[in-house]
Design a protein around this ligand. Structure first.
Ligand SMILES: [Zn+2]
Length: 368
């Protein structure tokens, strides 16, 4: 749902590319054995994520660890949180974790209780704004960081963007902190994310929002303060939050905010109506498909093309689905890009930021 003042963006559904791809994916998932294996892998990852997170937290808060075990547990806390975000929260909020909506929302609530972010707002920000209008300026909140950074060619230029490829990493570090503190609240007051409407939560949604914040603050701030000095807890919390935020932001940005991805404005899409599935593939890139460890840890977010086409399918199936999508993309002339390594993906993100920062800078400034 979008505000009436914004230009209307809509896509054409269908097209032979997605019809054939869907047919083949449905055929692959028609096997009960394959579906069961995908779910078992998904749930096993969830157990690992929770055990690492809880084990690390208990060691830190109740275990009186020395320096080395303390640092190891602190790393475990960061790793466990990232795993929860990528492999549990993201799938659940897409409705891919269980069959029933309510159970998915309950598991998606790990965003509130364990990450400090509202799952209710996340579903609008991520599922609606980002997934429906990928890389569309003004619609997709993930590419809107104005006036701090320019991520899409249609956005206005500012002189300070020339340095954005250096300072943006700091911005990525404070994103989680922003959402945990004022970001969610500001979005509720504004009533929208991008151009997607965000209603005030009511009933169980409100209970989840408030209860989640209370639980998050209790385990992340209050309980540690009963054991450690307040300034140590604040410092540790800031480091923890910044590292988790950086890992999350970079992982999501590598799929869309790179040289190889397409961007569009609402006006361009109004003038040239596109097939939604083709738009999703061409605004997204996969990375490191052969890196088994990375694929496991980022919850299939390195297979974002497949994720955008099939967000309700558990991510444990994406590696196989990628072969189907790639084959059909070639067959139907859809541009399908894969970065071979994490280094290549990071370089592409860096170069994209540098180019976006430079382009269109007034001549006076360009000449120094
Ligand atoms: Zn998603």
């Amino acid at each position: 749902m979008t505000n009436s003042s914004s230009p209307k963006v809509s896509f054409d559904n269908g097209g032979e590319f997605i019809r054939q791809t869907r047919r083949e994916v449905e055929e692959y998932l028609s096997s009960r054995r394959i579906r069961a294996r995908g779910r078992a892998e998904l749930y096993a990852k969830g157990v690992v994520a929770f055990v690492v997170l809880l084990g690390s937290w208990l060691t830190l808060v109740l275990g009186h660890p020395g320096v080395w075990l303390g640092l190891l547990s602190f790393g475990g806390l960061i790793f466990g949180t990232s795993l929860t975000a990528f492999c549990v929260m993201h799938d659940a909020n897409h409705g891919a974790y269980f069959r029933r909506r309510r159970l998915n929302h309950l598991m998606g609530w790990t965003a509130d209780a364990l990450l400090g972010l509202s799952s209710y707002a996340w579903r609008v920000k991520h599922n609606v704004a980002h997934h429906t209008y990928t890389n569309v300026d003004g619609y997709d909140a993930d590419i809107t960081q104005v006036p701090f950074a320019r991520l899409a060619p249609v956005q206005e230029t500012r002189p300070w963007y020339r340095l954005q490829h250096y300072y943006i990493w700091l911005l990525y570090c404070v994103m989680a902190l922003r959402w945990q503190t004022v970001g969610d609240a500001a979005a509720f007051v504004r009533g929208n994310i991008g151009t997607s409407a965000l209603r005030l939560p009511r009933g169980w949604d409100l209970v989840g929002l408030v209860g989640g914040k209370v639980i998050f603050i209790s385990w992340a701030i209050v309980a540690p303060m009963l054991v450690y000095p307040w300034w140590g807890v604040v410092l540790a919390y800031l480091v923890y939050s910044m590292v988790v935020s950086l890992i999350m932001a970079v992982t999501f940005q590598l799929a869309h905010c790179v040289e190889e991805a397409d961007f569009a404005s609402a006006e361009e899409l109004a003038a040239d109506r596109r097939l939604w599935a083709v738009h999703e593939v061409e605004t997204t890139v996969d990375f490191c498909p052969r890196n088994v460890v990375l694929s496991w840890a980022v919850g299939g977010l390195n297979y974002q093309i497949e994720h955008h086409l099939f967000p309700r399918v558990p991510h444990t199936h994406y590696a196989h689905i990628a072969t189907i999508v790639q084959r059909n993309a070639e067959r139907h002339g859809v541009r399908y890009v894969t970065q071979r390594s994490l280094r290549a993906a990071l370089r592409s993100h860096f170069r994209h930021l540098r180019t976006m920062g430079r382009r269109g800078v007034p001549v006076v400034l360009e000449m120094g």
